[in-house]
Design a protein around this ligand. Structure first.
Ligand code: SF4
Length: 225
């Protein structure tokens, strides 16, 4: 117990130092993208990889609401801008806007019941933004596919057992999320989280918001209304 406490403290310290150093040099979308790339690389290295039941094409958990920190939303919007052509970009923005409006204020239970999948699921059932996927998504794994199916069954009405997951990965990714939020406030920048599609839409529709965030000014409160 004492050892794991010390190790987690060291993990948090390494992530925090990196985030503070990187965020200090950020001025725009590319700066946030580089920050998130280096930060998630470190978090992934610290989390490591152990066998899990998750496989490409199994997207059962991608009906859960995902919160991202603002640099994550900027990095995803920047990545999408680089990976689509003009007409497809417009269609994607409209699809994301529609999804953001639909899931606003919706609880996980309602999304499970209605099976409202994440708008980033691709035709193979994979994550179309996998290289830049959110920390929250990186934290979730399953050691038991049947338990996932039961827990996320839209027809289940009774409380079910929690799904067993890789708890080391979950702890480190949760720590990375909280540490990044703390580093944001240190800069100072807004450390608020936002629903995934809503945040990505904001930075896709107005790329200038990334510079506003980097400057330390508050983003419009209407993003969270
Ligand atoms: S961003 Fe990717 S991993 Fe996360 S919920 Fe959406 S499709 Fe699933």
């Amino acid at each position: 117990m004492a050892d794991s406490t010390i190790q987690l403290h060291q993990v948090e310290s390494r992530l925090y130092r990196l985030a503070v150093d990187l965020l200090a040099t950020v001025h725009d979308t590319s700066g946030f993208a580089a920050t998130m790339s280096a930060f998630t690389d470190l978090a992934e290295n610290l989390a490591g990889h152990r066998p899990v039941a998750c496989k490409l094409g199994c997207s059962h958990c991608c009906v859960l609401n995902v919160s991202v920190l603002l640099p994550e939303a900027v990095a995803i919007a920047g990545w999408l801008s680089m990976h689509c052509v003009a007409a497809a970009c417009d269609a994607q923005l409209k699809r994301l806007q529609s999804h953001a409006l639909r899931v606003r204020w919706m609880e996980d239970s309602e999304r499970i019941h209605k099976q409202i999948l994440c708008p980033f699921i691709d035709a193979r059932g994979g994550c179309s933004i996998y290289p830049v996927r959110p920390l929250v998504c990186r934290s979730v794994t399953s050691l038991d596919k049947e338990a996932c199916l039961e827990t996320l069954n839209p027809d289940q009405t009774e409380a079910v057992q929690a799904v067993q997951m890789d708890t080391t990965r979950k702890t480190i990714m949760d720590t990375a999320f909280c540490t990044l939020a703390r580093a944001m406030k240190q800069q100072p920048m807004m450390g608020r989280s936002i629903e995934l599609s809503n945040g990505v839409v904001a930075f896709l529709a107005d790329p200038g918001l990334a510079a506003v965030l980097a400057s330390g000014a508050d983003l419009p409160a209407s993003l969270w209304d």
